[in-house]
Design a protein around this ligand. Structure first.
Ligand code: CP
Length: 297
């Protein structure tokens, strides 16, 4: 079994991952896979995803094969497929891959070990979505009927795509807010202004402006005032509403720096939950038949 997109998971499997991740968080679950080995193949920069997979493996007693694209045979032209087959041949039991190409995993038919997508171009970022779902569920205990607005650089965001469809499937009312140039009109969700979004959103999910994916230079001087979450806008938010951001945060661009650690912000909780979600996902993939319910202490 692989995890490429959120659609690879049924609603029941999402529930099960969230349940198991919550057990890991509460210290009620311990699993050990010391006979397994993982490989983290990151062809794009990452702090949270790579480090939290590393931490999740550490907690599961799984040794990690280190990989750096810059010092690997990728610089000699070795393909992604041959690199992953090499990991398989030398004994990796699963790989986590981040790659700049959308749907890079379609090149990987013929790989016989589980693949976890750590982000594909502007495609999907399923484990980010799962940790976002966990953070939302901790606050609201459900998704049905929640109003979620995903704000910012929608067009270049794999986080937006994974979350929008998954949250819709789980019963949330999903809306988008973005500058005209960064809208993705293939996504079947309505757009509204940030001023309207702050008033009735239960969840305001801010996105990083991904300048590295833009085909021309962008000027961000007025972005916060026009499209971002200012202190004044945050004051309009509902009492129990939450601010999410996948990070890294461009402080002062998508969000006023003063709000990053405010009461409504769950940005660092998202990062914490990422470790538990990745433990749960790795356990699911390694046990193949699904996540087992027993707790081993
Ligand atoms: N949210 C996220 O994917 O962060 P990194 O790029 O640091 O992994």
């Amino acid at each position: 079994m692989n995890l490429f997109r959120m659609d690879d998971l049924s609603n029941d499997e999402i529930d099960e991952i969230l349940r198991v991740a919550a057990q890991y968080k509460r210290g009620e679950r311990k699993r050990s896979f010391e006979e397994k080995t993982g490989a983290l193949l990151f062809y794009e920069p990452s702090t949270r995803t790579k480090m939290s997979f590393d931490m999740a493996c550490h907690k599961l007693n799984i040794p990690i094969l280190s990989f750096s694209e810059a010092t690997s045979s990728a610089v000699k032209g070795e393909s992604l497929y041959d690199t992953v087959k090499t990991m398989e041949a030398i004994g990796a039991d699963f790989v986590v891959i981040r790659h700049p190409d959308d749907e890079y995993f379609t090149q990987l038919d013929g790989v016989n070990i589980p693949i976890i997508n750590g982000g594909d171009g502007t495609g999907e970022h399923p484990t980010q979505c799962l940790l976002d779902l966990m953070t939302i569920k901790e606050q609201f205990n459900q998704f049905d009927g929640l109003t979620v607005t995903i704000c910012g650089d929608v067009r270049h965001s794999r986080v937006a795509r994974s979350n929008a469809y998954a949250l819709k499937r789980l019963g949330a009312n999903v809306r988008l807010s973005a500058p005209e140039d960064w809208r993705d009109h293939t996504l079947p969700f309505p757009y509204l202004s940030i001023d309207d979004a702050v008033k009735d959103s239960d969840v305001l999910m801010l996105l990083r402006v991904q300048t590295e994916r833009h085909d021309r230079a962008v000027v961000l001087n007025d972005y916060l005032a026009t499209y971002g979450l200012t202190v004044e806008r945050a004051e309009q938010m509902r009492q129990k509403s939450m601010i999410l951001h996948p990070a890294p945060v461009n402080r002062g661009v998508e969000i006023d720096s003063k709000l990053v650690e405010s009461d409504k912000s769950f940005i660092f909780t998202q990062m914490e939950n990422g470790v538990y979600i990745r433990q749960a996902v790795i356990e699911l993939l390694l046990t193949q038949g699904g996540i087992h319910n027993e707790t081993i202490n």
